[in-house]
Design a protein around this ligand. Structure first.
Ligand code: FPP
Length: 277
C-alpha cells in the first residue's frame, strides 16, 4: 500500500535522502511504533541531570516526527509515558515529565501544522493532571484536520491495562446486546482497544538496546517486526528512522505462513511417496 499524505521528500536532508533512495516507496510501513528509551543514560554519560535527557528526548520526538511526515508515514506511535513510569518514578521526575509534555505541546503545535501532522493519544489519559489534559485536547483539536502523519503519544499507557479496559468496555456492550461469550471474536477485542482506529504496527523500534517490550501495545504487535538499536533516544533522528525502515524492508513477513523458497510441501507428491512406501 502507498503511504497517505503528501510526500515532501525534497525537505529531507542530503543524508536522509541517501538512505531514502535505497527504500521501496511502495513498501513504506503503514505504522511505526517506538519505545523511546535511554534519556537518563544519555544525561548520565554527560554527567547531566536526568531531566536534561528528557528535554533532549522531546527534541528528538519533534525531529523524528517531521521526517516521518516528509516520507508520508501514515501512523507513528510513541511511548512517551507509561503507567509504570507514573507509579514507580520519583514524583519530581513525573512532575517534570508532565511540565515537559505541556511545554512540548505549546511550542510544537505550530510545527505540527506546518508538517500536516495530526495529534492523538492513547492510555489512561484521564488520570493525568487536568492542566496537561487541557493542553493535550487543545493540541488534538488544533491538528484534527491535518491529513498527513498521525502522531499518537502513549501517555499513562500500559498494554495490559489497555486490554483490561477493552474487556470492560466489551463486557458492557455484551450486557446491552445480550451477546454470549462464545461469540467473542478477535475483531471484537480490536474494536475496544485504544488503537481501534489504526492498523497494527508493522515495525516496532526500541532505542538503547534493551530487548524487552515493556508492556507496549501487547495485543497489536503480534506480527510486528522488531528493530532494536543501541542508540539512546535523545540521539535518535530521522535518518535512524529511515535506516530502521530499510532494515524492515529486507525482512520477509510470514504471519505464521511459509515464505518464498521455503520448500513448501507438494501434497500430491507426498501422497504418492507415502502410498508407494
Ligand atoms: C525513557 O528514558 C524515556 C521515557 C521516560 C519516556 C520518553 C520521554 C521523552 C522522550 C520525553 C518527553 C516526551 C514528550 C513527547 C514531550 P529513561 O529515563 O527510562 O532512560 P534510562 O533508561 O536511560 O534511565
Amino acid at each position: 500500500m502507498y503511504p497517505t499524505g503528501t510526500l515532501r521528500i525534497h525537505e529531507l536532508t542530503s543524508e536522509e535522502l541517501a538512505v531514502y533512495a535505497t527504500l521501496k516507496p511502495e513498501c513504506i510501513p503503514q505504522h511505526v511504533a517506538i519505545i523511546m528509551d535511554g534519556n537518563g543514560r544519555w544525561a548520565g554519560h554527560r554527567s547531566l541531570k536526568r531531566f536534561l535527557g528528557h528535554q533532549q528526548g522531546a527534541n528528538a520526538v519533534q525531529l523524528v516526527t517531521e521526517t516521518a511526515s516528509r516520507i508520508g508515514l501514515p501512523w507513528l506511535t510513541l511511548y512517551a509515558f507509561s503507567l509504570e513510569n507514573n507509579l514507580r518514578r520519583p514524583r519530581a521526575e513525573v512532575n517534570f515529565l508532565m511540565r515537559l509534555l505541556k511545554t512540548y505541546l505549546e511550542s510544537n503545535v505550530g510545527r505540527m501544522m506546518d508538517n500536516n501532522v495530526r495529534m492523538k493519544y492513547i492510555g489512561r489519559t484521564h488520570e493525568l493532571p487536568p492542566e496537561v489534559q487541557d493542553k493535550m485536547r487543545w493540541a488534538e483539536d488544533a491538528t484534527a484536520n491535518n491529513t498527513g502523519t498521525t502522531l499518537t503519544l502513549a501517555l499513562n499507557y500500559g498494554g495490559r491495562s489497555e486490554i483490561v479496559d477493552a474487556f470492560r468496555s466489551l463486557a458492557a456492550e455484551m450486557k446491552i446486546t445480550h451477546t454470549s461469550p462464545d461469540c467473542i471474536t478477535e475483531e471484537d477485542i480490536h474494536r475496544h482497544l485504544y488503537t481501534a482506529h489504526m492498523p497494527d504496527p508493522d515495525l516496532l523500534i526500541r532505542t538503547s538496546g534493551e530487548m524487552r517490550l515493556s508492556n507496549y501495545l501487547l495485543w497489536q504487535i503480534a506480527y510486528t517486526e522488531i528493530f532494536v538499536t543501541e542508540r539512546l533516544w535523545p540521539d535518535f533522528r530521522g535518518i535512524h528512522l529511515l535506516e530502521a525502515i530499510a532494515d524492515f524492508q529486507r525482512r520477509e513477513r510470514r504471519y505464521g505462513g511459509l515464505g518464498e523458497g521455503s520448500g513448501a510441501v507438494d501434497e500430491e507428491a507426498e501422497r504418492i511417496k507415502i502410498a508407494t512406501g
